[in-house]
Design a protein around this ligand. Structure first.
Ligand code: HAM
Length: 426
């Protein structure tokens, strides 16, 4: 193989394959989220992997995700398309297109593509779990959405995830604030160089979430958006905070939390893990986007939602020593065929139909080799059927952890294995 071929037949930089047992944890995280979504009354929405590039351009003229990181392509029909860099714009586009009855509560699990500088926890393809609610601007919905995400981390057993909240105000509040902020930054950051001044001039809010060490002094003393909130936004934000307190959801006010997208209005929030490196410690984030549907040609429709990075959640679980799925046996039974062929095949089929996780070897392996495979399969029990057992209408069942073996009547083996599984799950 040439070196080129060696590089080509690898997952592209910034992407990765997920194999078992990692994928067992992955699917368990999705399952827990799906379960939670159902309990909160959200329906699954599935949108295309790519959209017309304009769908995303509309939401992020000043954001790197759209300006610098989007995977764009022109299809054979000359259409300008983009791989989804984030999940909210497609969901709002789908709402505008299909106008489901509001409030519309939708959840998703989907890959996103951003041409980022890859590092641990930052990828060019990452997966998000997310939820969006369209058609209602009641602050109780903000609280519900935040409680949905918060409870998800708690369900997983994560203890070091902190919630920070802020309000971006109404667009008119923000316009006043942006002028004040721009003036402050240009007046106080004159010595900080070209990049600072350009950003301060063009996208002053983007300066607030910059990580550059030498800018922090000026950023810390900058005027805060919450001081410029109009009455409506202030009251809304207060009610969100009261709602979080009523549900005993710990949160910190974070006036410099601006989040990376232009579409945010009013409530914004982020979940950060103390167990991750500060550079990419966000395990989830979201906020209101009350103008987005209208900007996409729909009726004025408020919206709010969040996205949670699956890879970051898994890294956080690892860092906090939390196990999600993949801990117990991978199979309930591995069937060993001691020369009977068809009778063993029927036994595997019967166990699977009874709801058990069962597997077997193929290719006429020796009994010894089959027992080895049984061990490697991480099954709880090896179930052997041979002529002797068949004559007694029984099977030999061996606990693969302790090597103790017993004989069980054949028609009782499925029930017996199900009962053991039940015991293990307690
Ligand atoms: P976001 O903050 O860009 O928001 O992404 C949400 C989460 O996805 C982040 O908190 C992080 O966990 C994960 N994430 C983002 N980029 C990467 C990456 N390159 N590699 C690994 N994980 C990553 C949004 O995308 C908004 N659509 C959220 C939202 C929904 N706002 C309202 N509704």
């Amino acid at each position: 193989m040439t070196e080129d071929a060696g590089a080509i037949y690898r997952a592209p930089v910034g992407t990765h394959d997920v194999l078992a047992p990692e994928s067992t944890r992955w699917i368990e995280v999705v399952r827990r989220f799906a379960d939670r979504a159902e309990r909160f009354g959200y329906g699954l929405v599935i949108t295309p992997l790519f959209e017309h590039a304009e769908v995303f351009e509309r939401v992020g003229a000043s954001t790197d995700v759209v300006r610098k990181e989007m995977y764009e392509l022109t299809d054979r029909g000359g259409r300008r398309l983009a791989l989804r860099p984030e999940g909210t714009a497609p969901v709002v586009r789908a709402y505008v297109q299909h106008h489901p009855t509001p409030p519309w509560k939708a959840w998703y699990v989907a890959p996103n593509f951003r041409y980022e500088r890859p590092q641990k926890g930052r990828y060019r393809q990452h997966w998000q779990l997310g939820a969006e609610v369209l058609g209602i601007d009641d602050p109780d919905v903000d609280v519900e959405v935040i409680a949905f995400a918060h409870g998800f981390y708690v369900d997983l057993g994560l203890r070091q995830v902190r919630l920070r909240i802020n309000s971006m105000g109404a667009p008119s509040d923000r316009a006043v604030y942006i002028d004040v902020l721009r003036k402050y930054l240009l007046d106080h950051g004159a010595s900080l160089g070209e990049e600072f001044l350009t950003r301060a001039e063009q996208h002053p809010l983007r300066v607030l979430d910059a990580k550059k060490e030498e800018w922090q002094d000026v950023i810390e003393r900058a005027p805060q958006l919450t001081e410029y909130l109009g009455d409506a936004a202030r009251v809304h934000f207060e009610r969100v905070q009261e709602g979080l307190e009523a549900l005993a959801i710990p949160h910190e006010l974070s006036p410099r939390l601006v989040r990376g997208f232009d579409y945010y209005t009013s409530t914004t929030f982020e979940f950060a893990s103390d167990a991750l490196d500060a550079a990419q410690d966000a395990v989830g984030g979201g906020g209101r986007y009350d103008q987005l549907a209208e900007e996409m040609g729909g009726k004025p429709t408020p919206g709010i939602g969040f996205g949670i990075g699956i890879e970051r959640v898994l890294i956080t679980c690892e860092a906090e020593g939390v196990t999600v799925g993949g801990d117990g046996p991978a199979l309930d039974a591995f069937v060993i065929d001691n020369g009977l062929g068809e009778a063993s095949t029927l036994l595997v089929a019967a166990l699977r139909e009874a709801g058990l996780r069962a597997d077997r070897a193929y290719g006429g392996r020796s009994v010894k080799a089959q027992w080895k495979l049984a061990d490697r399969s991480r099954a709880a029990y090896g179930v052997m059927l041979g002529a002797d057992e068949l004559a007694r209408d029984a099977v030999a069942v061996k606990d693969l952890a302790t090597s103790t073996q017993i004989e069980i009547p054949r028609e009782q083996v499925a029930g017996w294995l199900l009962a053991r599984r039940e015991e293990r799950s307690k």
